[in-house]
Design a binder for this molecule. Sequence first.
Ligand SMILES: *Cc1c(COP(=O)(O)O)cnc(C)c1O
Length: 357
Amino acid sequence: MSAFDIDRVLRPHMLDLEPYRSARHDFSDGVLLDANENPYGLAPAWAGNSLNRYPDPVQNELCSRLADLNGVERDSVFVSASSDEAIDLLLRLFCSPGRDAVAICEPTYGMYRVAAAVHDVRVLAVPLADGFQLDVAAVADRCAGDIPPKLIFCCSPNNPTGNLLDGGEIVRLCSAVDAVVVVDEAYIEFADAESLARRVRGIPNLVVIRTLSKAWALAGVRIGYAIASPRLIGYLRKIKPPYNVGSLAAAVALETLADPGRMRRVIDEVAAERERVAGLLRGLRSIETVYPSNANFLLIKCAGATELQRRLAATGIIVRDRSMEPGLSGCLRITIGTPRENDLLISALTAMEGMTP
Ligand SMILES: *Cc1c(COP(=O)(O)O)cnc(C)c1O
């Protein structure tokens, strides 16, 4: 295969698209009469923090911090308002509605399919192989079909199965296809594995997407990011909404990212709880399988999964029914909570076993 050239894979009109130039690109202090903002400020509780002003459109400080944390250059990082936004922008960049396709490796995160449908982009679903592993040959095969996918989504650790995909296989896939391989590492901090982030330097068709929603506990703040070659990142910056990341979100993110030690202590605790809960679940007669997990949730298989999910909900414990997903009949996904929440789950399940003969 010839070397990957992003300009051949992009939607052609992206090549010379002129981005919006916001007022805040040129000046950010002085007598600011350039952006039609309201100079009178906000109610007292929020006054004094410049929320009446548009935020930094380039988020340099946040980009630098995320670049440092991941051992990459700042021009390899794109900050988005959630990883869902990053997925959406990647679709806009590469896939023409009504014409192009993406590949997904199922069972996996449902947003790839929904985001593709929103853009009227066809989805080629390739089943994961045994152990929910990437089937490089099967994906490469689909890339040789009549509608080769522009993007291939790989989720590692995979939601909802919880397992890591083999990093070497992902790299092998990158060199086997003329498409962009998007590796969603939303749960990578919980895994016993390195991120693929540093590999983007040598692999022009690799994009790693990350989020502050899980390990960093900022799901309500909506910050995600993509790591890729500076060329690919340059295109994402060109098409993003000019003020996609708000100043409050950026401030909370910067403050949180300043203490990676805290994040690591929390994820160690979650991982320890995950193993404790897995052990307890394995001791329950009604549960057939507790799949190994490298994330902050467990996938379990049991008889009557949908009924069990309803009965748990009736006791106030909410878990996710995944039993309608391809290859996941009988499966529920359970997030690891606090030790107390996990104990409540185990007690409820134990009590239900007592009620069935
Ligand atoms: C939770 C999750 C995300 C997070 O998305 P945000 O929009 O950043 O909150 C992304 N990918 C997967 C697979 C997830 O499970």
